[in-house]
Write a protein that binds this ligand. Structure first.
Ligand SMILES: [Zn+2]
Length: 202
């Protein structure tokens, strides 16, 4: 049996899980989890080459204090996985996140991502967020911190939602069906993000 990583089927996301968690309609309540789909590319002679074996998704781990488990935000779960990949520091990599909520500041994600990028100057990061996580009162500071650390921060549009559906979801051949208001919500959130990033301050 061939046990190489390429021959192993990749774990895919349930379609309902994707549609519920990535829907960018802010009036839908109850989305307490953060899903993060990621892909990695390697710079080769000026071209970004996808690394198919470094594609996947994860979500935050809930707290389970009686068992001594303090939980982990999705972004930090991701950063925890990277060392095991043993990427070559002499090469340049680009990581892209498609994340259901933009990163927080209060629980440390933005700061940890900044530290990671400072320590790993061979890695670039692009973040496409479905929604802005304004439950964290320092959400604007989080977005500016990430931008100042060199990350490219954007709001997901139809193109990114479709890409995630095609790439990370167990769609069984069904094409991506945009939900009502996808473009309008995306444009409104992009406008908010632009204003946040233009605005200085904390
Ligand atoms: Zn966080």
């Amino acid at each position: 049996m061939d046990g190489s990583p390429a021959s192993r089927p990749r774990h895919l996301m349930d379609p309902d899980t994707f549609t519920f968690n990535f829907n960018n309609d802010l009036s839908i309540l109850g989305r307490r989890q953060t899903y993060l789909c990621y892909e990695v590319e390697r710079l080769d002679n000026g071209t970004w080459v996808p690394m198919d074996e470094r594609r996947g998704f994860l979500h935050n781990k809930a707290k389970n204090l009686p068992h001594g488990d303090y939980g982990c935000h999705a972004e930090l779960c991701f950063l925890g996985e990277v060392p095991s990949w043993q990427l070559d520091p002499a090469q340049t990599y680009r990581v892209t996140w498609f994340i259901s909520w933009s990163p927080c500041f209060s629980r440390g994600c933005a700061g940890q991502v900044r530290a990671f990028l400072q320590e790993n100057t061979h890695m670039k990061l692009r973040i496409f967020a479905a929604r802005i996580y304004d439950s964290d009162f320092l959400y604007e500071k989080a977005l500016r911190t990430l931008r100042d650390a060199g990350a490219q921060v954007s709001i997901m549009t139809y193109e990114e939602f479709k890409h995630c559906w095609d790439t990370f979801v167990d769609h069984q051949g069904r094409p991506f069906q945009p939900w009502d208001g996808l473009d309008e919500h995306s444009q409104a959130l992009s406008g908010r993000l632009r204003a946040i990033l233009q605005n200085q301050g904390n």
